[in-house]
Design a protein around this ligand. Structure first.
Ligand code: BDR
Ligand code: CA
Length: 315
């Protein structure tokens, strides 16, 4: 019997965050207990509206939406922190939540309430910048010890970055907060670009979803994929699909064997040098191993199988 995981998701939807939310909502092995929305791919307000829209489509608006950080701790380029070229100006490519969308949000304090409600059961997954999660560590330092495990999408270890030659977007966005979380989180797993860049959603996969799928998200999937794949093709000519970084991160909570791991204690370069946001581990032969599980290799076939199991509700 598969254990149902209670996931509190920190996200910045964003196309692949949206797909991660859809995957979590459709997954019988996951109970989504809340979504903390922050700046990142889009503004905090837009991320919040997008998350709510997805809950509304799923008729799951009882799941609390908790707005988090609007800016990083250190913000050097105020006007240049979102990524409309990858995710669209509103975050879901050509899809926009209705302009008259009405919703209520929950206070940041709700994070404490959720952890207290399910001590040692909550899994926190962070698929956005680290600012809100670092803030939760600082505000709720006692409660956060009662979190079962942390999963974070971010970093690029000895492989190219995506926002700069050296840095991946989530760790680049607020390296101060990322370092804080990396230092303080227990039972921590990271999915860096080393694996997420290979978690490709292809045109064929989306076609199969269109033909065989029967979920409230059907009409969204092709348009957001087209937008996202076009954006990726501009940056990586010949790429065979679009990497769904954030969905893979949620996926491995219940399917840890889909990736292989190494164990180190990663760090991120801070400040304003060209290396800002670069993640690294000390792999010298005599360096001690660490406690953080870093995913380094993806079994693509298993990934595709699990993707369809959930997205086509094959169970
Ligand atoms: C990460 O950055 C964001 O653009 C994506 O949503 C993902 O979380 C990939 O580097
Ligand atoms: Ca994201």
């Amino acid at each position: 019997m598969v254990l149902t995981e209670k996931i509190l998701l920190f996200a910045d939807p964003g196309i692949d965050d949206s797909l991660a939310i859809i995957y979590a909502l459709l997954n019988p092995d996951i109970e989504l207990v809340g979504i903390v929305t922050s700046y990142g791919n889009v503004s905090k307000e837009q991320a919040t509206a997008n998350a709510y829209y997805l809950l509304q489509l799923a008729e799951q608006t009882q799941i609390p939406i908790i707005p988090g950080a609007a800016t990083p701790v250190e913000q050097e380029e105020a006007s240049n922190i979102y990524y409309p070229e990858i995710h669209g100006a509103e975050g879901m490519g050509p899809i926009r939540p209705p302009s008259n969308l009405q919703y209520q949000v929950h206070s940041f304090e709700t994070i404490r309430t959720i952890i207290n409600l399910y001590p040692n059961e909550i899994v926190i997954v962070d698929t956005g910048r680290s600012t809100s999660l670092a803030t939760a560590f600082i505000l709720f330092n006692e409660e956060i010890k009662k979190v079962k495990a942390f999963y974070i999408m971010g970093g690029a270890f000895f492989v190219p970055g995506n926002v700069t030659a050296l840095a991946e977007a989530n760790f680049y966005g607020d390296p101060t907060s990322t370092n804080y979380v990396l230092t303080h989180a227990h039972n921590l797993t990271i999915t860096p670009l080393n694996v997420t860049q290979y978690a490709l959603l292809t045109s064929e996969m989306v076609q199969r979803l269109a033909q065989e799928g029967n979920t409230p998200f059907g009409p969204l999937l092709s348009p957001i994929f087209e937008f996202y794949y076009n954006a990726y093709q501009k940056n990586i000519p010949n790429i065979q699909g679009a990497p769904i970084h954030d969905l893979l991160t949620v996926m491995i909570v219940s399917n840890p064997a889909i990736v292989e791991y190494v164990y180190y204690d990663p760090k991120v370069i801070n400040g304003s040098s060209e290396a800002k946001g670069m993640s690294f581990i000390d792999i010298r032969p005599t360096s001690p191993k660490g406690n953080t599980r870093i995913a380094v290799k993806l079994d693509y076939e298993q990934f595709v199988e699990e993707f369809f199991r959930v997205m086509l509700r094959l169970d």
